[in-house]
Design a protein around this ligand. Structure first.
Ligand code: GTP
Ligand code: MG
Length: 153
């Protein structure tokens, strides 16, 4: 069973998109196995976006994530193909390329304020979940109606 790290960024929280984001993943059938509000330290944000260190917007990106003007809502979602499907639910990095119907496509217009993050691969999902969550903050549980969401064959 696959898991991904999804984070509502401070602008998404300011914009009142928390319930909307959770709704879209929940209604799809994915399972929320971890959630918390957190103002990330500079170290955490820098590590999370380590692959973008050389980019001109890196410093602004780290400042935006760590300002504390709103927390980040950090989540772990579980289910079949959730990493790739999560990226589809979120939409393209640049909101002007994001399809209507996706979160970024519906609610954002600026790449520097694109409301939400989602892991882009199995490797980054594993790293990011480990970075943002302690093992005890992520829960193994089953829907009592799991058979109505995921068929055995
Ligand atoms: P995340 O899910 O947040 O990782 O976005 P992504 O995987 O769709 O894009 P990427 O990892 O390449 O970039 C990470 C984040 O950096 C983006 O979500 C944006 O918030 C920010 N970013 C990327 N490109 C730009 C840019 O050209 N300008 C600015 N200001 N921010 C950017
Ligand atoms: Mg990314």
């Amino acid at each position: 069973i696959e898991r991904t790290f999804i984070a509502i960024k401070p602008d998404g929280v300011q914009r009142g998109l928390v319930a909307e984001v959770i709704n879209r993943f929940e209604r799809k059938g994915y399972k929320l196995v971890g959630i918390k509000a957190i103002v990330p330290s500079k170290e955490l944000a820098e590590e999370h976006y380590g692959d973008l260190k050389a980019r001109p917007f890196y410093k602004g990106l780290v400042n935006y994530m760590t300002s504390g003007r709103a927390p980040v809502i950090a989540m772990v979602w579980e289910g079949p193909d959730v990493i790739r499907q999560g990226r589809r639910i979120i939409g393209a990095t640049n909101p002007l390329d994001a399809e209507p119907g996706s979160i970024r496509g519906d609610y954002t217009i600026s790449v520097g304020r694109n409301a939400i993050h989602g892991s882009d691969s199995f490797e980054s999902a594993t790293i990011e979940i480990g970075l943002w969550f302690k093992p005890t903050e992520v829960f193994d549980w089953k829907f009592t109606h799991e058979e109505w969401i995921i068929s055995a064959n």
